[in-house]
Write a protein that binds this ligand. Structure first.
Ligand code: ME8
Length: 670
């Protein structure tokens, strides 16, 4: 039976233009859809815009426009952006479309029929930017919203309520039976504790403004924007063949800021509307944030990116190419973790992985085709060496690993495995020294080496395609291959060696990837507003030249001193304050710390092996230095560390690194 894969992004508020943070989720969704399409699955990728609510009504007023004219104009910006980033949604839903409004009204009626909607009166605090109610205890000092840092408003109004309180047990039961409903796992734990803490009924209509979907039978109420918005994932399919074929979604990508809506309200609404557990979404995937200087990059916090370059995805794509931007977002940020937005890091990544590893391998191999009439050489089995066979085996393993990582989904790991394979290809090239074979006239071995490198590049081009579709196709064009065109039920993933047939006419052309050398880097930094001192252009490691194989050298960056820019792009050290510390039963050496890095998401948990040197109470209030961009480390028994403290000395006489003066948590060490 044909496998199917339905993936969604949140529908974006259209109060301002998209930025690289918004682009992030859509790029991930597109890449996942492309991967599943390559495997022969029927894929469906949905995105769109969320156009109702007070925030948009006010923004339209501010612009002296009607809400409809305003959202029409803004929604267009989102719709137009995606092709520029090589994203190909199968549908783009707007909440102001008739199909959506009718679908949501039907869903509302079904919840009414289940007895879950009643009329009451609401009094409380509301953040207009979140379009969400807040409790006193969630707020920051000065009654500020913890997500947007803006004052909340006190509101009292008659409202319809959804009986969320009746769904606590059923939700907990559902999470227990479907432990991958929320991922990563740590996020599921947060959701479970939230629900275990008790659910209050949810106010789901408003009378204080009119820019929304009217409540059936009581049109002075408009629906709460989240009730309206969440159903988009269903209304986009409703009444078409797609509903039966594609429902429920396989992966719903959401930023961690909106996990609760998707992991608690959404399944509860669906349950109430009559959906059985096996018709609820399979996985809500909560990803981290792109940060600028430790802060969430967002529309309401727009501003300078601290010299690390513009956050406008169109400008970035124009300057470096959409493939490169996509590659950076997918490779640099581990899905589920936060990542820093930085044009200098993007340039270093593109240079080392794409130009100096993948592009270089192709450029080094192609010139040898002249010995074979410009075609892929034929290498009979008896001419193959152990090294050739080892390369084939390595490619098979890498293709399997990368496929598993994409399916996980863990794009960063899939791409790491892909680039690692291309690196192995460069090593194989160096060790096989084709230039010597050519000089010695050993055409049989030369054919084996060149055909192997070219086939390896083909394999890599497919493995990269979910991330860099147009560059993959450009590589394939030089290999004499057609662009990849996924078809349902045809698995194109390169699990088998030998897809590049002998005698295929090669078509060498311009290098597929820019070199991102010092001059290009300076130009990109200028175009993209990179201004920090730390980003002064550096001379990149000299790559081997394709045109002169005799001079070819290993393709990896030579060991040697790190530049300042490489250091800053690699290691993210932050000042942090210890908020709480405790011993861990049966772990004598470890302490569990709660540490403030100034992040909007709240403090991090860090497990540190410092219990022999520090009493927990001595640490509270202390300023420490944290390596902030390590992947989470699992110590077992539910202990996961989200960072590492810098320290020196023997374990019982250890001292923690700190600074003489106190600075704000999150300050970068430079
Ligand atoms: O919340 N890093 O819309 P929204 C990573 N309309 N992802 C980011 C990001 C960042 N800095 N900033 C935004 C809404 N995003 C609602 C959703 S769904 C039924 C309704 C991404 O415009 C991330 O996916 O505020 C986040 O969840 C989404 O944009 C929020 O977009």
């Amino acid at each position: 039976m044909t496998q199917r894969f339905y993936v969604t992004t949140p529908i974006y508020y259209v109060n301002s233009s998209p930025h690289v943070g918004t682009a992030y989720t859509t790029v991930v969704a597109d890449a996942l859809a492309r991967f599943h399409a390559l495997r022969g699955e029927r894929t469906f990728f949905l995105t769109g815009t969320d156009e109702h609510g007070l925030k948009l009504e006010r923004e339209a007023q501010r612009k002296a426009m009607s809400p409809q004219a305003f959202v029409d104009e803004m929604s267009e910006r989102f719709r137009d952006l995606w092709p520029k980033l090589l994203c190909r949604p199968d549908d783009f839903i707007r909440t102001t479309e008739r199909r959506h409004e009718e679908g949501v009204q039907r869903a509302w009626q079904r919840c009414v029929d289940s007895g879950d909607i009643y009329l009451g009166s609401y009094e409380g605090l509301y953040c207009v930017a979140c379009e969400d109610h807040k409790t006193e205890k969630e707020l920051l000092e000065g009654n500020l919203c913890p997500v947007h840092g803006r004052p909340v408003e006190r509101v009292t109004e008659q409202s319809y309520f959804f009986k969320l309180s009746a769904y606590g047990d059923r939700l907990l039961e559902f999470y227990k039976r479907n432990p991958t409903f929320v991922r990563p796992e740590t996020r599921l734990n947060e959701v479970v504790s939230f629900v275990e803490g008790g659910l209050r009924d949810l106010s789901i209509s408003r009378t204080s403004f009119s820019w929304g979907i009217p409540v059936p039978g009581d049109p002075k109420h408009v629906m709460y924007v989240w009730f309206d918005a969440l159903f988009n994932y269903l209304t986009a399919l409703a009444g078409t063949e797609r509903e039966g074929a594609l429902w429920p979604p396989d992966v719903q990508l959401v930023g961690k800021d909106i996990l609760r809506f998707h992991a608690v309200y959404w399944p509860a609404f669906l349950m109430s509307a009559g959906y059985a557990d096996d018709k609820l979404p399979r996985t809500i995937w909560s990803h981290g944030w792109l940060l600028t200087d430790g802060q969430k990059l967002s529309k309401s916090r727009e501003g300078p990116s601290h010299g690390r370059g513009t956050t406008d995805p169109v400008r970035v794509a124009d300057a470096v190419g959409a493939d490169v931007l996509r590659y950076f977002l997918l490779r640099e940020v581990s899905l589920g973790q936060d990542g820093e937005w930085s044009v200098p890091s993007l340039v270093s990544r593109a240079r080392s992985d794409l130009a100096e590893t993948v592009g270089n391998l192709l450029n080094r191999a192609l010139p040898f085709a002249k010995h074979f009439d410009g075609r892929v050489p034929h290498a009979p089995a008896e001419t193959l060496s152990d090294a050739d066979r080892a390369l084939e085996a390595l490619a098979a393993t890498a293709a399997r690993d990368a496929a598993a990582a994409w399916a996980e989904p863990a794009p960063h790991r899939a791409l790491e495995a892909t680039i690692e394979l291309a690196r192995a290809g460069n090593r194989y090239f160096d060790e096989s020294a084709p230039w010597r074979l050519a000089k010695a006239g050993d055409l049989a071995r030369l054919a084996a080496v060149v055909s192997h490198v070219l086939e390896l590049v083909r394999v890599v081009s497919v493995m990269l395609w979910p991330a860099t579709p147009s560059k993959s196709d450009a590589i394939r064009a030089q290999l004499g291959l057609d662009p990849l065109a996924p078809r349902v039920d045809a698995d194109l993933w390169p699990l088998a060696w030998g897809g590049l047939a002998a005698h295929t006419a090669l078509a060498p052309g311009q290098p597929v990837f820019a070199k991102f050398d010092a001059q290009q880097q300076a130009q990109i930094f200028k175009e993209l507003d990179v201004t920090t001192e730390e980003t002064k252009p550096e001379a990149p490691a000299k790559a081997p030249k394709a045109a002169k194989p005799a001079e070819a050298k290993p393709a990896e960056a030579p060991p040697g001193p790190l530049t300042y820019e490489q250091l800053m792009a690699t290691v993210d050290l932050r000042l942090a304050k210890v908020l709480a510390a405790e011993r861990i039963p049966r772990k004598d050496k470890l302490l569990k710390l709660s540490v403030d890095l100034g992040e909007a998401a709240g403090p991090r948990t860090i497990i540190a092996g410092i219990a022999l040197a520090y009493a927990p109470e001595a640490l509270v209030g202390k300023q420490v230095i944290v390596v902030a961009n390590l992947p989470p480390r699992d110590f077992g028994g539910g202990l996961v560390s989200h960072g590492m403290l810098l320290a020196a000395g023997p374990s019982d006489g250890l001292s923690l690194a700190t600074f003489e003066k106190d600075h704000a948590p999150g300050t970068r060490v430079k």
